[in-house]
Design a protein around this ligand. Structure first.
Ligand code: SF4
Ligand SMILES: [Zn+2]
Length: 336
């Protein structure tokens, strides 16, 4: 799933969503006011990605009980706390897949659709839960004819390289699965959004940049919207174990900037934990302006800003150059 900072407007306790906040996003060339919602659900059924801690976030006792009503209560809470009038788009995340009926039971999914009717909806899911039926029935609820593409099915493709996705992330699906799900989504009139992951474990800084460069190139013809998530070190993950051993460093912000600048399309990016040692970071002195710049590029799509940022004068620029030239791939077996 897309990396989220749960500390932003976190909603504590009860049958409330994990988080919900209003903001601005660039979607299909327009800057829209968005409502982002993270529902607490039965949790991700795959549950195995090396860098993911969100999969641990799930409703208590959902293995035995009916989760319809807690998820429904969260949808009702959103209806009570946010007026639809000043919202143009709704981004829906769970700690897994919105279209997994075991995670988000159909009545709750439909209720979410009624709340978001007339808005552009971006809903995240693994590809195996993208079915004609799920996409069609949800689209029928949200589409009131206002938007040409009322729904974007968003998937954490992470990279277009199957080897990297399997060995470095353990994502459990292939590019073929993503393309198959995309065809289904498009056949029902939905768009496709791809999330990419910059620098999963086991890649050098340079390999990570090249992996993202080719993935964005591929996605420019496969997805309508592309978002880049610099990998961050979350608690209780396999990635944290490597990080604690000194075997992993999150990407430099220089790398993120160069990936965005080389991209043939506009790619949005909001680095989670940026500037901190667990997130994408540089030396600490230049991080803040670069992060601000990356976030404003996400909204404005102004490429001249990226060029200016890449010219920022800081001593860590030389360090990054050195890393790109000298870091060698891990000689560690990737399987046991
Ligand atoms: S698919 Fe992977 S990244 Fe997404 S929620 Fe499940 S374990 Fe986490
Ligand atoms: Zn610096």
């Amino acid at each position: 799933m897309e990396r989220h900072d749960y500390h932003v407007d976190q909603v504590p306790g009860g049958h409330r969503p994990l988080a919900a906040w209003k903001g601005k996003d660039r979607i299909g060339g327009n800057v829209l006011s968005t409502l982002t919602i993270i529902l607490k659900t039965a949790g991700c059924r795959w549950n195995r990605c090396r860098m993911c801690s969100y999969r641990h976030v799930r409703l208590e006792g959902c293995g035995t009980g009916d989760i319809s009503s807690p998820v429904m209560s969260q949808v009702e809470w959103i209806g009570r706390h946010f007026s639809p009038d000043d919202i143009e788009a709704v981004k829906i995340y769970t700690s897994g897949s919105f279209f997994d009926p075991k995670e988000v039971p159909l009545p709750a999914r439909n209720a979410m659709g009624h709340l978001a009717r007339g808005k552009i909806v971006i809903a995240e899911t693994r590809p195996e839960f993208v079915t004609e039926d799920a996409v069609r029935s949800f689209l029928e609820i949200i589409d009131d004819g206002t938007h040409r593409t009322p729904l974007y099915v968003a998937m954490g493709l992470e990279t277009t390289n199957d080897m990297v996705r399997e060995k470095c992330i353990n994502k459990g699906f292939s590019l073929r699965d993503f393309l198959h799900a995309s065809r289904i989504a498009r056949s029902e009139g939905a768009g496709v959004k791809a999330y990419l992951l910059a620098k999963p474990p086991f890649l050098t800084e340079r390999e990570a940049i090249e992996d993202m460069a080719s993935s964005i190139r591929d996605c420019s013809t496969m997805a309508d919207l592309v978002s880049l998530n610099p990998c961050s070190v979350q608690k209780g993950t396999e990635l944290e174990y490597y990080w604690k051993m000194g075997s992993y460093r999150p990407p430099y912000l220089w790398s993120i900037l160069s990936i965005l600048a080389r991209a043939p399309i506009h790619v949005t990016c909001d680095p989670l934990g940026g500037g901190r040692e667990r997130g994408a970071h540089n030396c600490g002195k230049c991080d803040r302006p670069l992060l601000d710049g990356i976030r404003s590029y996400s909204l404005s799509a102004d490429r001249s800003l990226l060029c200016e940022l890449l010219e920022t004068d800081c001593t860590c620029r030389g360090e990054w150059d050195f890393v790109l030239r000298n870091e060698r791939p891990f000689c560690m077996p990737l399987t046991r």
